[in-house]
Design a protein. Structure first.
Lengths: 231, 231
DNA sequence: CAGAAATCGTTTATTGATTCACAATAGCGG
DNA sequence: CCGCTATTGTGAATCAATAAACGATTTCTG
C-alpha cells in the first residue's frame, strides 16, 4: 500500500513503535510530534514527515491517535504472514542473539542455527535446532527462509554469505567486520561491534563534539518548530 | 596532529585497518585504493580521500605502503596511553560483549561491570569484576573511565546514562532502543539490534532494492575510476 | 461566538557526504 | 631514452537527508 520507505525511515519507525507502545501502556491515547522527536533524536518536522509517509493524519490541536500510528507502523514493518530467519555461527555472540531474539516477535521467527563445530550439531540452543553447515542450503530452501544472521569470524563470513544467498535469502544481518559481496537483490545490514567500540573510544577522547544529535532536545523545548521569529 | 575525523570516516578507518592487517599477514607490502574499496563498500576515490586525511601519501604506480597506513590509522584511532570502559547490565548481551571485547585491545580495557542483580555482585565475569550500581560513580571517577557501555533494558537506560555522564564518561555505547539525553560533550553511539533485525526483515520482503552499496563492486572492476570516457 | 494559541502538513533551503572527472606523476616496456 | 599506462590527489557536481519556515486548521478561552 504505502510506498517504499528509506533505510533511515525504517529505523525511525522502529524507534517510534517502541516508544508508542510504552506511551500506550502508560495510558496515553494521543501523542504530539514534539513528544516523539526527543527520544528518537530528530525534529518535530521529521516526525510529522514520517507519519505522513505512513498515511496517518493528525488534527492540529489534538495530536495523533497512538492506536492508528501503531497499526500503520505494524502494517509497514511486520510481515503479513510469517517470516523465517536462520543464524550462522553459534559462538558467544550468536548465542546471545538467539536468546535476545527468541520469541520476541510473532511474525519473525529464528527457525534454525548452524555452526561448523560438530559438537553443537543436533543440540537445541534456546529452543532452536542446531545443524551443520551442509544442511544449510536444504533447510533454507525448504522453509523459504528470507533472512540470514551471520555471526561467524571474518574469514568465514563471505563464504557463509554466498551460501545463504545461493539458497535464496534476500536479507542479511552481518556481524562480521567486512562489507559482503552479494547479488543486487539481497539487502545487507552491517552491525560491526568492534567499529562501534572504536568509534566511541575515539570520540570520547575528542570532546570537541561533532554535532551529535543534541539539536532535537532544543527543538522540542520550543513550541512551533522554533519558527517563532516574529521580531 | 591530524584534524578531527568525521563519524563516517572513523567507521571506514576501522574497516580499513582490519583489512590491512589481513593483507599484511598474507605477506603484502603495498596496496592500491581499488583493493580496499570493495570490502569496505565505497569507491576508490573515497579510499584515497580517507588516506589523504590520514596524512599518508602513495606513489602513482606503486600504491600505498601498508605499514605506513597501519601506523597512521593507529595514531588516529588508538589512545596514546590507555583508555578504560565499563559495562552496565550483565545480561545475556552484556556477557557476550564482555567475552567478545575482553583482551581484544591493548589500549582499551573493560575495567568493570555493573548490574542491579545482587547475585552478580562480587563475581568475576570474564576476568572483569562485577559491582552494584551504587559503586558506579566512585569507580568511574577513581579510574577516570571514559567510555560506558549500556546493555540494560530500555526503562533503565536513561537513568544509567545520566549516572555515567555525571560520573564523567565522555562516550557511551548504547544498546537500548532509545536516543539518550546527554550533555553536549558526551558522544553516543547507538547500536539497536531490534531495529537492525526489523530493517533486514523489511527489506528482505521488498527485493525492490534501494541502492545498497553495490556500486563499489562495479567501480572496482573498471580501472581508472570509470572516468574512462575518451570516446 | 470570536479571537488567540497551538499543532499539523508541506514547500523550500541547507547541509554534508559521496561520486565524478581529470590533471599530475611515477613506473614500465621497447 | 621515450612514449604508454596505471594510479594518485583533488576541485566540481551530484545526491540524499535534514532542518527551517510558513500557511492552514482546529481546539480552547473569555
Amino acid at each position: 500500500m504505502t510506498a517504499m520507505a528509506s533505510e533511515k525511515t525504517v529505523e525511525r519507525l522502529s524507534l517510534y513503535r517502541r516508544l508508542l507502545l510504552r506511551l500506550r501502556d502508560d495510558g496515553a491515547d494521543v501523542v504530539f510530534s514534539h513528544q516523539l522527536c526527543v527520544p528518537v533524536g530528530v525534529t518535530p518536522a521529521q516526525v510529522r514527515r514520517d507519519i505522513m509517509q505512513l498515511g496517518c493524519s493528525g488534527v492540529p490541536h489534538a495530536g495523533y491517535k497512538i492506536k492508528d500510528l501503531l497499526a500503520a507502523i505494524a502494517e509497514m514493518l511486520d510481515a503479513p504472514q510469517s517470516q523465517r530467519a536462520v543464524l550462522v555461527g553459534v559462538g558467544h555472540l550468536g548465542l546471545a542473539l538467539l536468546t535476545h531474539f527468541s520469541g520476541r516477535w510473532r511474525w519473525l521467527h529464528v527457525h534454525a542455527a548452524f555452526d561448523v563445530n560438530p559438537s553443537k550439531h543436533g543440540a537445541i540452543v534456546r529452543g532452536c535446532n542446531c545443524y551443520g553447515l551442509d544442511q544449510l542450503p536444504r533447510i533454507v530452501r525448504e522453509w523459504r527462509v528470507e533472512v540470514g544472521v551471520i555471526t561467524v569470524p571474518m574469514d568465514a563470513a563471505q563464504t557463509v554469505a554466498t551460501m545463504l544467498c545461493d539458497a535464496g535469502v534476500t536479507g542479511l544481518l552481518n556481524f562480521a567486520p567486512l562489507r559482503l559481496q552479494t547479488p543486487e537483490h539481497v539487502y545487507v545490514e552491517n552491525v560491526d561491534l568492534t567499529t562501534s567500540f572504536e568509534k566511541v573510544a575515539y570520540f570520547a577522547r575528542h570532546p570537541a563534539r561533532l554535532a551529535n544529535n543534541k539539536n532535537a532536545e532544543r527543538d522540542a523545548a520550543s513550541e512551533k518548530d522554533r519558527a517563532d521569529v516574529p521580531g
